[in-house]
Design a protein around this ligand. Structure first.
Ligand SMILES: NC(=O)c1ccc[n+]([C@@H]2O[C@H](COP(=O)([O-])OP(=O)(O)OC[C@H]3O[C@@H](n4cnc5c(N)ncnc54)[C@H](OP(=O)(O)O)[C@@H]3O)[C@@H](O)[C@H]2O)c1
Length: 293
């Protein structure tokens, strides 16, 4: 039995499709089973929440492998970014060890570090440490930006493309190697099939192109065939406005400063797409995927 968290998310939904096609028995820890769509009748459901550790214990019964994808880049009413990404992963690792899980697969982020300026990266660094130091065989994936047409990030960019000018937080010079969610899911499947790897493995997942934030926005505009002027909004103005918005609208805010800040920090692997290619996956360029939509 494999426990998958985050099965309703971008990577999780692509991965779940593949796991079920291969006949793997999957249990999904979810907050709302409806968000699994038609797949919910093909999996075991464990109702749970990252902020509710007792729910992990039930979910882990009889599980050999955990793929822990659930995460959040914004604070939630019941848990901060640190609790949802850092402490929850530590608790999941503890619970998995107690339940006799053999292998723990975890998604971090490129350049996670305890000294990083962004809270999400600091929380992921602590989570990585908990996974690495556990007694289980561990596989850590550290991706650059993961995208798929229609995902919340590209949808937000598409909505902004309706404005007469498109705002970009800061100078837009942070660089990324965007990787398609389907390529990421292929890498995870290949890693799961490989029972012979090192006891503690870490892979960086990056697409074939290095693009700045500004270049990504231009690419999206081109794929939508919209010509728009880009306006760089100074970071202090963006952070103050989004913090004010979050304070007034709470979790309903269309964007938060913690999310916007992720587009001001580069996520680059010096290995490029080598780790993905090691799994037999040749990541698609973002321009090719966007051109298909
Ligand atoms: N997307 C990227 O650019 C990127 C970059 C680097 C690293 N990563 C990491 O890669 C992994 C997969 O990312 P993704 O983009 O597929 O994530 P995603 O689309 O944002 O999905 C997040 C998942 O976590 C679940 N979740 C959120 N809060 C939860 C809570 N309190 N309790 C239980 N489940 C909760 C969501 O479930 P609901 O349906 O209930 O909301 C959803 O299934 C994550 O660990 C992420 O941090 C992603």
């Amino acid at each position: 039995m494999l426990l998958l968290t985050g099965a309703t998310g971008l990577v999780g939904s692509s991965l779940l499709r593949r796991l079920l096609a291969e006949g793997t028995q999957v249990r999904c820890l979810v907050r709302n089973p409806r968000r699994l769509g038609g797949q919910r009748v093909r999996v075991q459901i464990a109702l749970g929440d990252l902020t509710d550790p007792p729910s992990f214990r039930n979910a882990l019964r009889g599980v050999q492998t955990v793929v822990h994808l659930a995460a959040s880049i914004r604070d939630q009413p019941r848990g901060s970014i640190e609790e949802l990404n850092g402490i929850a992963t530590w608790r999941m690792v503890q619970a998995a060890q107690r339940a006799g899980v053999e292998r723990f697969v975890f998604f971090s982020v490129l350049d996670a570090s305890t000294h990083h300026r962004a809270r999400f990266f600091r929380a992921k660094a602590l989570a990585e440490q908990a996974v690495r130091e556990s007694d289980m065989r561990s596989t850590i994936f550290a991706p650059s930006i993961v995208y798929a047409p229609g995902d919340p990030w590209l949808t937000l960019l598409e909505r902004m493309a309706l404005l007469p000018v498109v705002p970009i937080s800061g100078r837009g010079r942070a660089i990324y190697q965007p990787i398609w969610a389907e390529d990421v899911a292929d890498c995870v499947m290949a890693a799961l099939r490989n029972g012979e790897g090192e006891y503690n493995e870490r892979f960086e997942l990056a697409g074939p192109e290095t693009l700045s934030h500004t270049e990504i926005v231009r690419l999206v505009l081109r794929s939508l065939r919209r010509r728009r002027m880009l306006v760089h909004v100074p970071t202090p103005i963006v952070s103050r406005s989004l913090r004010l918005l979050e304070a007034t609208m709470g979790t309903g805010a269309f964007a938060t400063w913690d999310e916007a800040e992720l587009m001001e920090v580069s996520m680059i692997s010096t290995r490029g797409s080598a780790d993905a290619e090691g799994f037999g996956v040749t990541p698609e360029p973002m321009r090719a995927i966007l051109a298909q939509t």
